[in-house]
Design a protein around this ligand. Sequence first.
Ligand code: DX5
Ligand code: ZN
Length: 221
Amino acid sequence: MSKFLIAPSILSADFARLGEEVENVLAAGADVVHFDVMDNHYVPNLTIGPMVCQALRDYGIQAPIDVHLMVKPVDRIIPDFAKAGASIITFHPEASEHVDRSLQLIKDHGCQAGLVFNPATPLHYLDYVMDKVDVILLMSVNPGFGGQSFIPATLDKIREVRRRIDESGRDIRLEIDGGVKVDNIAEIAAAGADMFVAGSAIFAKDDYKVEIDKMREQLAS
Ligand code: DX5
Ligand code: ZN
């Protein structure tokens, strides 16, 4: 896997042509498919579930699918997503009654596991589970919608999480989600992130490759 991963959020894709959209964005150079699951309970929006994940696999999508669960409760949907072809499953710790159990459940089902932190969620949830997380996802907007602006205070949080990851000595991805654009991706990477979710920044453009190439140029500079 390369140092920096670009993970387009299909929340901003054309759902009526989802298979084709995912195929196109991967052909344009994306590394991972970011799959936003919203339940109209934990977050005020409703999106897609395991059937759609399975449909993408049946369509022939082979890239890693990064399932971002914005649901409460967490545990009962995990096995369904694992069976439907998820590669990574992340959840918000405050939405789980038993964070360690939920992480273990994801791993027992053969997926990579991660925790997601909203802009104002403290990092103490990491304290006793660093050995179980493969990904730490920091939200740089409040979850529920695409197209919001990056919250600058996230940069300090990224630096703090980078410090904790380096201290752990483990190979943990640091993923940022919300308002990531060509204009700010270099600064986000400099703070310590290595996986970038971008929804509107990519899918609102006519040519996905041009946008992804611009992001990679920023990451290389
Ligand atoms: C928000 C979602 C994000 C969202 C990002 O709750 O988790 O993945 O789609 O969209 P942009 O990149 O448009 O901020
Ligand atoms: Zn997301």
